[in-house]
Design a protein around this ligand. Structure first.
Ligand code: 3HC
Length: 722
């Protein structure tokens, strides 16, 4: 292996890291071994007075330890040893007799940042691709190569916990402000300024570092009483966020605490011990599987590899300047950097839509996702029209008009009349079959569905739906463009509800049935947030909008019959003009836009008397098994191309608890036979809607599974996607 190349200038060994055959640098066992040998050589070489570590990759410094390695860890002791060895490598860097400077451009994550932290000095490029962070808790582990010890010592306990406990990455400018890096430099000058810094270190020693935050930082970070308060607040906030389902952030907090209160050595021991426990835990295994699944989806254009190439999209048209249209436009300019022309029938609506699209950019600026310059650049890409001016130059048009087949067909016809020969028309629908929308079109091969979730800029999933005649390059173009918009994209079949709303439908119905039996709203929602969903099903109905939910529920009922009959709770709510959060009245009360507890009048409206007759276990079982059964049925019909897509769709689309791995993974964990048995028991008590689907029964009989180990089988092309 030759991951490291060394060039000497001015007595400084510039070590370039470039892991062959990998798009990013990662710290595999072999890389670590080669690095250690190199360190030994450089330590002994008289001509070398200092070292600069720089990457040979375009946009990756080091993306961390090798995650693949975690999968193969046989037991806790092996995981602990891996962390201990990582700590030892970083210790060797920290104790190296000559200054080592990290010259960072691109992603500097996990073990990559831990290495940089062990260096004496850090420069980073002021480039959007440069991100520094410790994302370990997102994989269910903690920074196990000294990160829990070195980061708080460098930037203070509060700032360090903020990064470590959330698994956050920061842009270089913020990292500089926090004191994680010593110099912020333009990319072309990185190497020469790093060499200059190394020479400076040799001549004048380490610069004096001042801690940010003034008196507050001193009070909270620099004395044990202040720190005790910081730990207590951090623990409370972690518990509120994780609901006790994710042990890694609390373990990381303890490792940080041990190190600061009992010394670095004790901290290292605590850190590797806890790393060992976490790395082989079921939660971490699930989160690692999700990492691999999302990484695989980044490369999956939704078509048989080699059958079609995505076409470039430089200009996007958006028809319909409502909430969805504006969300799509705002996200497209800021994430994909394309010109966007929005169209609506009246200029006033166009103006409102453009304002809302700019609101998306303002939100991203406020959350520091983009800089002021990027905000300005993105805003300049937005324009509007009440006609179709500019549309002939669009490569892709996404329509987000009223959810009505006739209206959508008219829009398609109008677009076909003005668009260029290869332009694609995507319809953002959640209920109408794409094949029906494309019926009568001149170029049905260039029409497909792109189902965004609301709010578009915050929801990470996109469903791409080919109709019966959609061409493969149309699919590939939409998938790739969705990814450019920052979405995780799954390609799903043109069946009612597609994937996400299909599996959501029986779950929401069941919540309605429970409510109509008198189960208190709080009990239903609390049970499901304890299960791990971010919000309960009744609160979700309020968020989605009861009119939208009623429409979707009606479509599913019409398509699948009695099994998906909605409870009439929503109809009664609509009769009382309750639309959910957007109307300020739903199952919950809203005060000043904020959710303010269950509206007790709802029970009278529904003519039910709330009672605790149904236990939380039964609530959970009825809701979860309704979804599992539907997921198995839809997967059996080929609504998703593989279990991976189904689980990622459920996690990213409706917040299915990531630590459970998704509904199909959960069936595997429970075993198909026990799932069938539970469904049969529920069927006996509550009726045929719980009858286990044929796919599950067959699986139970044959002892089948969705997954074979860590990854799912390769995705299958959907019918119509040829
Ligand atoms: N380990 C193993 N493989 C990794 C990896 C890692 N840490 N980081 C990236 N890769 C692989 C991906 O699996 C993918 O492999 P493939 O080409 O064979 O499918 C390839 O590198 C490219 O990755 P992406 O497609 O994700 O490239 P992007 O440019 O979109 O994203 C990234 C790059 C932001 C670095 C993203 O890959 C990422 O977030 N990686 C994980 C970072 C991470 O979690 N690091 C912490 C690791 S744990 C650790 O360091 C423990 C330590 O504390 C002891």
């Amino acid at each position: 292996m030759n991951t490291f190349t060394v060039v000497e200038e001015l007595g400084v060994a510039v070590v370039s890291i470039d892991l062959a055959g990998s798009p990013v640098n990662i710290l595999t066992a072999a890389v670590k071994a080669e690095f250690e040998t190199l360190l030994e050589r450089l330590g002994a070489e008289k001509s070398v007075r200092a070292v600069v570590l720089i990457s040979g990759k375009p946009d990756s410094f080091i993306a961390g330890a090798d995650i693949e390695q975690f999968v193969g860890l046989p037991n806790q002791a092996a995981a602990e040893a891996l962390s201990r060895e990582g700590q030892a490598t970083m210790d060797r860097v920290a104790a190296f007799p000559k200054p080592i400077v990290a010259a960072i451009h691109g992603t500097c994550l996990g073990g990559g940042l831990e290495l940089a932290l062990a260096c004496q000095y850090r420069l980073a490029t002021n480039h959007p691709k440069t991100q520094l962070g410790l994302p370990e808790v997102q994989l269910g582990i903690l920074p196990g190569a000294g990160g829990c010890q070195r980061l708080p010592r460098l930037i203070g306990v509060r700032a360090a916990l903020d990064i470590i406990l959330a698994g956050k990455s920061e842009r270089a400018a913020k990292a500089f402000k926090l004191g994680m890096v010593d110099e912020l430099v333009p990319p072309p000058l990185l190497r020469s300024l790093a060499v200059a810094a190394a020479v400076r270190l040799l001549e004048s020693g380490l610069p004096r570092r001042t801690r940010h935050g003034g008196a507050v930082a001193w009070l909270l970070d620099a004395n044990p009483i202040g720190r005790a308060l910081v730990y207590r607040m951090a623990r409370k906030s972690v518990q509120a966020k994780t609901g006790g389902h994710y042990p890694a952030p609390l373990a990381a907090l303890e490792a940080v605490r041990t190190g600061l209160e009992r010394g670095m050595r004790a901290g290292f021991v605590d850190e590797h011990r806890r790393f060992g426990e976490l790395a082989v835990s079921a939660v971490s295994r699930k989160l690692v599987q999700i990492f691999f699944a999302t990484t695989a989806l980044k490369k999956d254009d939704g078509v048989e590899p080699g059958t079609a190439l995505p076409r470039p999209v430089r200009r996007l048209g958006v028809v319909g300047a409502g909430f969805m249209g504006a969300g799509i436009a705002g996200t497209a300019v800021s994430q994909a950097g394309v010109e966007v022309r929005m169209k609506d029938a009246e200029l006033a609506r166009v103006g409102k839509g453009l304002k809302a699209a700019r609101g998306v950019l303002d939100g991203r600026l406020k959350r520091r996702r983009i800089t002021k310059q990027e905000h300005q650049r993105a805003a300049d890409l937005l324009s509007g029209t009440e006609g179709f001016s500019g549309f002939p130059r669009a490569d892709l048009v996404i329509e987000a008009v009223f959810e009505d087949l006739g209206v959508k067909r008219t829009v398609v016809a109008e677009l076909e009349a003005v668009l260029g020969a290869s332009a694609i028309v995507a319809t953002n629908t959640s209920t109408i079959p794409i094949t029906e929308i494309a019926e009568g079109a001149h170029h049905p091969g260039r029409i497909l569905g792109m189902h965004f979730f609301s709010p578009v800029d915050r929801m990470p999933l996109l469903e791409v739906i080919p109709g019966a005649a959609t061409a493969a390059d149309t699919i590939a173009t939409a998938v790739q463009f969705g990814r450019r918009m920052g979405k995780t994209v799954i390609v799903v079949a043109d069946r009612p509800g597609f994937w996400v709303n299909r599996i959501l439908s029986p779950y929401l119905n069941e919540a309605g049935h429970l409510l109509m039996e008198g189960t208190p709203i709080e009990a239903i929602d609390r049970t499901m947030t304890r299960f791990g969903f971010p919000v309960g099903p009744i609160a979700l109905l309020d968020e989605v909008g009861l009119d939208v939910a009623a429409k979707g529920g009606g479509v599913m009922h019409a398509a699948f019959g009695e099994r998906l009959t909605p409870a009439d709770a929503i109809t009664r709510m609509l009769a009382d003009q309750r639309l959910g959060r957007k109307s300020g009245r739903g199952f919950y009360r809203y005060e000043g836009g904020k959710k303010a507890g269950v509206d007790a009048q709802v029970y009278r409206l529904l003519a039910v008397t709330p009672s605790d007759r149904v236990s939380p276990q039964t609530i959970e079982q009825r809701l979860v098994y309704a979804m599992l059964n539907e997921a198995a049925m839809a997967a059996g019909e080929g609504v998703v191309r593989c279990p991976r897509d189904g689980d990622i769709g459920a996690i990213f689309g409706i917040g299915f608890p990531p630590f459970r791995g998704g509904p199909l993974r959960m069936i595997d964990d429970l075993g198909a036979a026990p799932v069938v048995a539970t469904l049969r028991a529920l069927q006996a008590e509550f009726g045929m809607r719980f009858a286990p689907c044929a796919a599950l029964v067959a699986m139970a009989e044959q002892g089948g599974r969705y997954y074979d180990g860590v990854t799912a089988a390769a995705p299958q092309p959907l019918s119509g996607a040829s």
